[in-house]
Design a protein around this ligand. Structure first.
Ligand code: AQP
Length: 332
């Protein structure tokens, strides 16, 4: 059976981008057709300036939202990365396989380190080594597939390179995984700046739809989305990024084709209105389930405890094998 791993960082409130680019597929497709593990990757949230209490709060909220989005602990494993030591153990070994140059080439490192410097902060070493930890997350479970949005594809490519290099130098140890992406909305853009990704740790609130936004807030954000000069509804990322982003969002909600959808609209206003209503309807059941789960925090804790135990059992033999292969003496 295909094995799938993916994760989400507790660096901000989860967004429509996280949902359409990743979470929805995990719940609707991946957990049903594969042996799937989904993780709140909290160690990754420590790579930038952070508030410890906020990371803890967002980790719990993220786990609750994963369950609210339809992940079923009877079908898949849901857990928190820091509850399973094997991620950190394997990350160090992969740092010994990776090079400084390939880490520095990562687009996310370049963007985030530039942002930290602009804010007058210093860049944490862990931001540079982040892709080794992400590779460990995936390789520890022998995952065949990693369902992610477009922004994470480069990290999965690096994971493939590290796995292949390790196998070649130290003997076959790791499955070489591949990234999978949704057909539409693999990169949901910020509503106020449709040339930038809708990112949960950005400061631009009005451009980001959060999964727990009230319906009227969702409507307001979408109705005020920045559109392009011209008035006809055309699907073209280069020349019409704002309208194209709305078409992608609406098509993802409806399960239709964004380019075909463009022919059905004569005005930006009508497109915005339908998109707003479609997103409100998409989020409604998630928000309702989230509310019910918040009333039962013991249930979420129990899911995470059982998930971590199952994940540990899967990761330990794989990480032990990597330790042996690279030359470490097994504990007696
Ligand atoms: N805008 C997006 N469109 C499509 N997919 C997206 N994802 C994130 N933003 C979009 C996908 O969501 C999954 C979890 O993301 P993550 O927690 O690993 O964070 P990220 O990829 O670095 O994106 P964020 O949400 O913008 O976080 P910050 O701001 O902390 O960097 C991934 O599969 C991702 O592709």
């Amino acid at each position: 059976m295909t094995r799938v791993f993916s994760g989400i960082k507790p660096t901000g409130h989860l967004t429509l981008g996280n949902y359409l680019g990743a979470m929805r597929r995990w719940a609707d497709v991946d957990q049903h057709r594969s042996e799937a593990l989904f993780c709140i990757v909290d160690l990754h949230a420590l790579t930038v300036d952070h508030d410890p209490a906020r990371v803890r709060r967002l980790s719990r909220q993220g786990a609750t939202l994963l369950l609210a989005s339809g992940l079923d602990p009877d079908l898949c494993t849901v857990f928190v990365q820091s509850h399973v030591d094997e991620h950190a153990r394997l990350s160090y070994v992969l740092e010994c396989v990776a090079t400084d140059g390939e880490m520095r080439r990562m687009i996310q490192y370049r963007e985030k380190s530039a942002r930290e410097r602009e804010r007058g902060g210093s860049v944490r070493l862990s931001l540079l080594t982040y892709p080794a930890l992400m590779a460990a997350d995936i390789l520890a479970y022998g995952a065949d597939e990693v369902p992610v949005g477009d922004d994470q594809r480069q990290h999965v490519e690096l994971t493939r390179d590290l796995a292949a290099r390790f196998n070649q130098r130290y003997g076959h140890t790791f499955v070489v995984p591949r990234a999978t992406r949704p057909q539409v909305a693999a990169r949901v853009m910020n509503l106020q700046d449709p040339t930038s990704k809708m990112g949960k740790s950005d400061d631009s609130g009005p451009g980001i739809v959060y999964l727990l936004d009230e319906p009227n807030v969702v409507r307001k954000k979408i109705m005020r989305a920045m559109t392009d000069s011209g008035s006809d509804v055309v699907y073209d990322r280069e020349t019409r990024p704002g309208v194209t982003n709305l078409l992608e969002i609406l098509a993802a909600c409806e399960g239709s084709d964004p380019e075909k959808l463009s022919g059905a609209y004569e005005s930006y206003g009508a497109l915005k209105k339908d998109t707003a209503e479609a997103v409100v309807e998409l989020l409604r059941p998630v928000q309702e389930r989230h509310k019910a789960l918040c009333a039962d925090p013991g249930y979420v804790d129990g899911v995470l405890r059982a998930g971590a135990e199952r994940a540990r059992g899967m990761a330990r033999p794989q990480v032990d094998a990597a330790y042996r292969a690279i030359g470490l003496l097994p504990a007696g």
